[in-house]
Design a protein around this ligand. Structure first.
Ligand SMILES: Cc1cc2nc3c(=O)[nH]c(=O)nc-3n(C[C@H](O)[C@H](O)[C@H](O)COP(=O)(O)O)c2cc1C
Ligand code: SF4
Length: 457
C-alpha cells in the first residue's frame, strides 16, 4: 500500500470501465450537483484551493491555469485533455483511459462548465489501441445517456467532445504542438507568448491539461479542496499515478501518495531490482520520464516521493514514468538509446535542437563504436548547455538534462569506454527477465509495462 488512493479506488474488472459500473460507483452525481448548485467561478476556485499540480510533467498549478480564462469575454473557449503520453517509460494515463474513461469525461464536463467550454477534445496518442477503444465507447455511452450534447442533464450546459488520434510523434504531446495537430497542421510547437490560455486552439483561449490532472477534478469538487489537501504534502497535495518499468521485480501502475518514502516504494512495494544484475541491486532510477535526471541508489535513500524532495535532489516527479536501472547496466549504452530517441523525435524547427541532437547522437554512436575521442564528453556537455533555454519547446532542454545528469554521475564509465574501446559491462542493457515480468498494482488491474528491453537496440 503506497498511501491514500484517490483514483485507484475500485477493483478493476471486465466491466469497470462501462457507464453502468461507473454510475453504480456514484458516477456523474458530482456533475449533476455542480450543474444544480454551483457557479462556474466557484468550481475554478475550488480547483485552485485544492492546490492540484499538473501531472503532465511541468507541475503547473491547474487552478492558476484555469483562472486565466476570462468568462463572458464573448469568445469560444476550448478544453483539451492531453492523452498523448509519449514520454518513454510513462504509461499511467493509459490506466485511466482503460479503466476509468467516464471519470475523465465527468471531470472534463465539470471543467467545461467552469471554463464555459462547448467543445472539448481528447488528444490521444495514435499507438493506443485499447485505451482509444474504451474511451471512444465511453463517449458514445455518454452521448446516449445525455451527459454530452445539448442541455446536459436538463441544464444550459452544452458540450461536444471529440477524440482526436495523434500519429505517433513525441513532440505532439507538447501543448502547443498538440493544438497545431488538432488544427490539421504539422505538429510543430509554437513560441510563447501568447499563452495558450489567451490564444490557443483556433486562436481562442484554451486550457490543456494532462489526463490525470483532469481525472482528479471530480473528486476535488465532490469532496472539497480541503479533503484533497489532507492527502499528500503541503506543497504537493494529492497523489501521483506512477508507472514503473525497467529492471524491476513488479512493474506496473501504482498510485503513490506524495510524501511516501521513495526507497520503501522501490524496494518493498515494487520488489527492488530484477535478479541478474552483477550485484542484484538498483544502480539508479529515472524518476519521472527520461527528461528527469537520474538518481543513484545512494541518493534514493531518505527521499520522499514529491516535487520538493525530488527537485532538492536535482531531479523531479516529471511525467510519473519511473524507470529502474539495475547494477551491471552500461550507462554509455543507455545514453545512446536516449539520444537516438531525442534525435529521432526532434521536429527540426530550432537549430540548437535539430543540429544539437544530431551531433550528440553521432558522438555517442562513435564512442560506442570504439572511436571515442578526448574531448567528446566536454562536447556533449557544451551542446547540452547550448540547448538550455534556447529552443521553442522543452525538448531541447530535456535531452541536455538527461545527458548532463548521466555524465555527472557516471563519467568514469564513459572515460573507461573511450580509453578501452569497450564497455566496462560489455554494453549490456538487459537484465534477464525484464521483458517478461508483469505486475498489477491493483487487485485485477491489467497494466502493460514497458522495460528498458523495449527500447534497447
Ligand atoms: C516534448 C514534450 C512532450 C510532452 N508530452 C506530454 C504528454 O505526452 N502528455 C502530457 O500530459 N504532457 C506532455 N507535455 C507537457 C505539456 O506541454 C503540458 O505542459 C501538459 O499537457 C499540461 O498539462 P498539466 O498542466 O495538467 O500537466 C510535453 C511537453 C514537452 C515539451
Ligand atoms: S526544441 Fe526541438 S522539438 Fe521543440 S520545437 Fe525546437 S526543434 Fe522542435
Amino acid at each position: 500500500m503506497t498511501g491514500t488512493r484517490l483514483l485507484m479506488t475500485f477493483p478493476v474488472s471486465a466491466t469497470s470501465h462501462t457507464l453502468a459500473d461507473y454510475q453504480a460507483r456514484g458516477g456523474y452525481a458530482t456533475l449533476a450537483k455542480v450543474l444544480r448548485e454551483m457557479r462556474p467561478d466557484q468550481v475554478t476556485k475550488e480547483v485552485a484551493a485544492s492546490g492540484i499540480l499538473g501531472h503532465g510533467g511541468a507541475a503547473f498549478p491547474a487552478g492558476r491555469k484555469w483562472g486565466v480564462i476570462r468568462l463572458n469575454d464573448g469568445q469560444p473557449h476550448y478544453l483539451c485533455a492531453n492523452a498523448d503520453e509519449g514520454e518513454p517509460g510513462t504509461f499511467k494515463d493509459r490506466w485511466i483511459l482503460e479503466n476509468a474513461p467516464h471519470l475523465l469525461l465527468e471531470s472534463m464536463l465539470i471543467a467545461a462548465f467552469a471554463l464555459q467550454v462547448n467543445h472539448a477534445f481528447v488528444y490521444i496518442r495514435g499507438e493506443f489501441d485499447l485505451p482509444y477503444r474504451r474511451l471512444a465507447a465511453a463517449v458514445e455511452e455518454a452521448y446516449a445517456a445525455g451527459y454530452l450534447g445539448e442541455h446536459i442533464l436538463g441544464s444550459e450546459l452544452a458540450c461536444d467532445l471529440v477524440v482526436y488520434r495523434g500519429a505517433g510523434s513525441y513532440v505532439c504531446g507538447e501543448a502547443s504542438a498538440l493544438i497545431t495537430s488538432i488544427e490539421g497542421k504539422k505538429g510543430y510547437p509554437r513560441n510563447r507568448p501568447p499563452r495558450l490560455t489567451v490564444r490557443g486552439l483556433y486562436q481562442r483561449p484554451t486550457v490543456i491539461n494532462n489526463v490525470e490532472t483532469l481525472a482528479h477534478i471530480t473528486g476535488i469538487v465532490a469532496h472539497g479542496a480541503a479533503a484533497f489537501r489532507r492527502v499528500g504534502t503541503a506543497k504537493s497535495p494529492g497523489t501521483q499515478l506512477v508507472s514503473i518499468s525497467g529492471h524491476v521485480q513488479k512493474p506496473g501502475v501504482y498510485e503513490v501518495e506524495y510524501g511516501y518514502p521513495l526507497a520503501k516504494f522501490l524496494y518493498e512495494d515494487c520488489g527492488g531490482a530484477l535478479p541478474g544484475g552483477s550485484s542484484g541491486g538498483i544502480k539508479c532510477i529515472v524518476p519521472g520520464g527520461i527528461s528527469t535526471k537520474v538518481l543513484t541508489a545512494a541518493e534514493i535513500e531518505g527521499l520522499t516521493y514529491d516535487h520538493a524532495s525530488l527537485s532538492a535532489a536535482g531531479s523531479g516527479v516529471g511525467s510519473g514514468g519511473m524507470v529502474v536501472i539495475a547494477e551491471g547496466t552500461c550507462m554509455v549504452r543507455l545514453l545512446q538509446v536516449l539520444l537516438r530517441f531525442y534525435h529521432h523525435e526532434s521536429c527540426g524547427q530550432c537549430t540548437p535542437c535539430r543540429e544539437g541532437m544530431g551531433w550528440m547522437h553521432r558522438i555517442i554512436d562513435r564512442i560506442v563504436a570504439g572511436d571515442g575521442r578526448p574531448g567528446d564528453l566536454e562536447q556533449l556537455i557544451r551542446i547540452s548547455d547550448a540547448n538550455d533555454g534556447t529552443t521553442i519547446c522543452g525538448m531541447g532542454d530535456a535531452a541536455g538534462y538527461a545527458t548532463v545528469g548521466i555524465l555527472a554521475k557516471y563519467r568514469d564509465e564513459f572515460d573507461y569506454f573511450i580509453a578501452h574501446k569497450r564497455s566496462r559491462f560489455e554494453g549490456r542493457l538487459e537484465v534477464s527477465g525484464a521483458a517478461t515480468a508483469t505486475h498489477s498494482a491493483t487487485e485485477s488491474a491489467s497494466t502493460s509495462a514497458t522495460g528498458l528491453t523495449g527500447i534497447a537496440a
